[in-house]
Design a protein around this ligand. Structure first.
Ligand code: MG
Length: 166
């Protein structure tokens, strides 16, 4: 088994859609970035790549490459899944979205479903938490949204790991 972690942060600006975990959330501002700036999906991609020892999202999808301009980050997630799926299965995913607003709770189940479909896994093995930053720092001032993610990958031919996991 291998563990991986990911972190990302993007600025909130007017005139952009807010997309988190592949779900569009109605809000007065959205995240700024080369892609759709889905900070949660980016943190998840980085955690998966990290666990598999495959570098990071910037290595595979550089923001200097017009191919990825405005792209749906779920497409990036599908590509990451393609890179790892022959060797690894995803055990579980635990993520935290850090945002002063809007409230994430009403969209949590939809996010889990979207992410799970694109990773070909059970949504019950994805947990998404949300917290404010108590008005501290750039996220606390509402200047951006950040996300952290931890994943566990199981080697597909690792019988002992399969046994431990039941
Ligand atoms: Mg990003």
């Amino acid at each position: 088994m291998r563990i991986g972690m990911g972190y990302d942060i993007h600025c909130l600006v007017a005139g952009r859609r807010l997309v988190l975990g592949g779900v569009e959330i109605p809000y007065e501002r959205g995240l700024l970035g080369h892609s759709d700036a889905d900070v949660l999906t980016h943190a998840l991609c980085d955690a998966l790549l990290g666990a598999a020892g495959l570098g990071d999202i910037g290595l595979h999808f550089p923001d200097t490459d017009a191919t990825w301009a405005g792209i749906d980050s779920l497409e990036l997630l599908r590509r990451v899944n393609e890179m790892i799926r022959s060797d690894w299965s995803v055990g579980n995913i635990d993520a935290t979205v850090m945002a002063e607003a809007p409230k994430i709770g009403p969209y949590r189940d939809s996010m889990c479903s979207r992410l799970a479909v694109n990773l070909e896994m059970n949504p019950d093995h994805i947990n998404i938490k949300a917290t404010t930053m108590e008005r501290l720092g750039p996220v606390g001032r509402g200047e951006g949204i950040a996300a952290q993610c931890v994943v566990l990958l199981r080697k597909r031919d690792d019988q002992s790991a399969t046994h431990i996991a039941g």
